[in-house]
Design a binder for this molecule. Structure first.
Ligand SMILES: NC(=O)C1=CN([C@@H]2O[C@H](COP(=O)(O)OP(=O)(O)OC[C@H]3O[C@@H](n4cnc5c(N)ncnc54)[C@H](OP(=O)(O)O)[C@@H]3O)[C@@H](O)[C@H]2O)C=CC1
Ligand SMILES: C[C@H]1O[C@H](OP(=O)(O)OP(=O)(O)OC[C@H]2O[C@@H](n3cnc4c(=O)[nH]c(N)nc43)[C@H](O)[C@@H]2O)[C@@H](O)[C@@H](O)C1=O
Length: 323
């Protein structure tokens, strides 16, 4: 039985990973709450790894947020992510972790690169400025995986998901990602009988949305690959980079219409062009993952309905909804 440490298990991706792995007899899951172990504390993290000696790590712990949080708190998005990564990579190597799946993000790729975005486009152009600090921290994580593979024959894989959503999402009105933000805004407008709902930006940017259980499933699939296949993904001669997504995207305006319909809101939709659009488009090229024999399966309408139900259950208890 392999011991798997899921770092950041309480978050959107971490909880989906735990759900995907929990039923599998091959794994013994290890988790720690942020309040019990700050993964940016290098000494405490090393002690933890040396004590529990995980075989595998799924690295979902990070400072995460939407376009406005990234714009307003660049220091935290750069610093916290670099600190957590330095600490976890160091401890994982010191304690002999065999496989790591490090979660990055589609924003590591150049702002204006060709679509769909292939893994080969990394570092081929300038980054989007609203999330450059976060993207640079994540690029450092990709480089860390590659460096450990080259210098120490580790098998550390950097998985780059597209925009994610699902149960346990962050529904903060300003700091969350677009999909949970719109669920909350349309719901509150419906309850208050407000005549309109504001959607940030021009509505023209395109985004690809993947349901969190699909990324959990993808991680379980990767951890379960035979050694030869995992070795091929992490061989020292190339960046150990793998995109994961659904393979199609929609505009933010189309997303807003879909959320409006899911929530059952009858009013108008108003665009606020004073808010940033961010990257015009980031559709992942998922050919490499598909060739491994895995595909995402949750359609957006199913995922949206599940997310709205999750929001309603959280809304009733007001957890994760401040302010
Ligand atoms: N959400 C998305 O759309 C996307 C996410 N990703 C990537 O997936 C990964 C997970 O994201 P997601 O699940 O959405 O993020 P969440 O914010 O939902 O979860 C982050 C997790 O990390 C924990 N954490 C944060 N800082 C620390 C720390 N210093 N020590 C210990 N634990 C810490 C949090 O605990 P607590 O809440 O208690 O602080 C939480 O469990 C990230 O690497 C992110 O970049 C990639 C693409 C898209
Ligand atoms: C996952 C990804 O997430 C971030 O990048 P992003 O894709 O730009 O994410 P976003 O979900 O915040 O916005 C997507 C689009 O949607 C528009 N939009 C409309 N109305 C709202 C709204 O109410 N809230 C938000 N947040 N956006 C809105 C918004 O103006 C933008 O055009 C980075 O953290 C990045 O680093 C990262 O990894």
């Amino acid at each position: 039985m392999k011991k798997v440490f899921v770092a950041g298990h309480s978050g959107l991706v971490g909880s989906a990973t735990v759900a995907a792995l929990a039923g599998l007899k091959e794994y013994d899951l290890i988790t720690r709450a942020h309040s019990d172990l700050d993964l940016s504390d290098r000494t405490a993290t090393r002690d933890f790894f040396m004590t529990y000696r995980p075989d595998h790590v799924v690295m979902c712990a990070a400072k995460v947020g939407g376009i406005l949080a990234n714009s307003n708190f660049p220091v935290e998005f750069l610093h916290n992510n670099l600190a957590i990564q330095l600490s976890v990579f160091d401890a994982a190597h010191a304690s002999g972790v065999d496989r790591m799946i490090f979660l990055g993000s589609s924003c590591i790729y150049p702002r204006d690169c060709a679509q769909p975005i292939s893994e080969d486009y990394l570092l081929t152009g300038p980054l989007e400025e609203t999330n450059r600090p976060y993207a640079l921290a994540k690029i450092a994580g990709v480089e860390a995986c590659w460096s450990f593979n080259r210098q120490h024959q580790r098998r550390y894989l950097a998985l780059m998901p597209t925009n994610l959503y699902g149960p346990g999402d962050n529904y903060h009105p300003d700091h969350s990602h677009v999909l949970p933000a719109l669920i909350r805004r349309f719901h509150e407008a419906k309850v208050k009988g407000a005549p309109s709902v504001t959607v940030w930006g021009s509505g023209r940017p395109r985004r690809e949305f993947m349901f969190s259980s699909d990324v959990g499933d993808a991680i379980a699939f990767l951890l379960g690959l035979p050694d030869g296949d995992f070795d091929a993904l992490t061989s020292p001669d190339k960046a150990p980079l793998l995109n994961v997504g659904v393979g199609h995207d929609i505009t933010i305006r189309e997303l807003a219409e879909r959320v409006k319909e899911t929530v059952g809101y009858a009013g108008e939709l108003v665009l606020d062009p004073s808010k940033p659009d961010g990257t015009p488009r980031k559709l992942m090229d998922v050919t490499r993952f598909h060739k491994l024999g895995w595909r995402a399966k949750t359609p957006l309408d199913i995922g949206l309905r599940a997310s709205y139900q999750d929001f309603l259950s959280k809304y009733a208890t007001a957890s994760r909804l401040a302010p």
